[in-house]
Structures are given as C-alpha cells and as structure tokens.
Design a protein around this ligand. Sequence first.
Ligand code: HEC
Length: 208
Amino acid sequence: MKHSATRWPAVVGVVALSIGVLVASRALAVEPRVREVLQKIAKLIEKGDEKEARKQAEALARTLEELNDVEHAYKLRGKGGLGVGREAGKVTPDGLELWLNAGSRDGVTPKALEKNARAFEEAAWMIAALSEVNRASAHSGKTQLKDRKREEVWLKLSAGVGEGARELAAAIRAKNVDSFQMALRKINHNCNSCHFFIRRGVVLPKGP
Ligand code: HEC
C-alpha cells in the first residue's frame, strides 16, 4: 500500500508533464500561414523587390499576436522552426539560430560553402525576411515602443540583422569564407543585443 501511494502521484506528474510539453511545443511552432508569407518575403528580397517585401512584412506584422509568432522560425526545424534552407536534412544544425551560432564561432570550409551554397543562401534571405518583420513590428501597434529612444534601438537592431543577412548572401555568392563568417557575426551581434535589451526591459516587445 505504501508503495502504490507514493508511486501514483509520480505517474500523474509524468503524464501532466508530457501533456504540458506537447501543448507547449505545438504552440511554439511557426504556423503554416506565417511560414508561407515569410517564404514569399524572402523570395521578394532575393529578387530585389525590397518595396513589396516591406509591404508584405508590414501586413504580416499586423496579423501577429506577438513577435514570438515569427521568432519561432529561428528554432530547429524539428522544434517548430524553419530550418536552414527550404529542404530538410541538408544542413546540420538544421535551425537558423544554432547554425548562426556555430558558423560565427567556427566559420565554414570552402568545401562546405560550395556544397551548401543554395541552402545557405535561402537561409540568408529568410533571415532578411525575418528582420523586415522585426522592423515592421515596431509600428504594428502590438509593441510598447512608445518613446523614440526605444523605437530607435529596435529599428537599429532589426536593420543590423537585415544588413548582415544581405552581406551573408553576397558572401555566399562570392564563395568568400571570411566575409561569410563576418556576416554571421554581425547578424548574431544584433540578435543578441535585441534579446539582451528585451531582458533588461530597455525595449518591451509585447503589448499589455
Ligand atoms: C529587434 C529585436 C529582435 C531581433 C533583432 C531579434 N529578435 Fe529574436 N526575439 C525578439 C523578441 C521580442 C522575442 C520574443 C521574446 C518574448 O516574447 O519573450 C524573440 C524571441 C526569439 C526566440 C525564441 C523563439 C521561441 O520559440 O521561443 C529565438 C530563437 C530568437 N528570438 C532568435 C533570434 C535570432 C537568431 C535573431 C537574429 C537573426 C533574432 N532573434 C533577432 C526580438 C528580436
């Protein structure tokens, strides 16, 4: 008796935990609708239609409940993120954030750059698309960037990611491993700064 009395709560706990994890991982994936628009924006930027890309990013930003709805994109493909390139299983790690971290730390070999050029370039345009949505979110009415100072920080960091992404695409096309790593570092620096400021409450991304 004593045994079953102590075991049951543990079983209930494990079941509750796994339900919790299921719910959380479903809620933390990029919705197919959002993914489709992001891919469209990435394509527009690749084609050089910056004006239309910006318009679409602004329209998307207005439909989001919070920025996290797009920021999930950066996670591993298997965890609700978009992955590196359109096709699964081409690049390891297959998640934009971890790929950025690894590449800015270790760089890339000329061989790997050659082999993965298309997937890397798609990743670069996707990061550019995401930065447009970040930028647009400053004006979507869903943020608390009420004063100019905060808005400036937000826009500067979003633009930093966007510039880095365009430099990254250029480095991939030029097959330049040094510029590739420099671009990844620039992107990473801007990602990290924005998250740092959010944690410190310097910029407040969510509405009340
Ligand atoms: C202008 C600000 C800004 C920039 C730049 C930015 N982020 Fe974020 N990021 C956010 C906000 C806001 C959230 C949501 C935080 C919250 O709601 O608590 C977030 C959340 C995330 C998350 C968590 C997603 C999840 O599912 O929980 C990841 C991963 C992420 N960002 C990666 C990145 C990467 C990688 C970059 C750079 C390429 C980047 N972010 C650039 C503002 C930014």
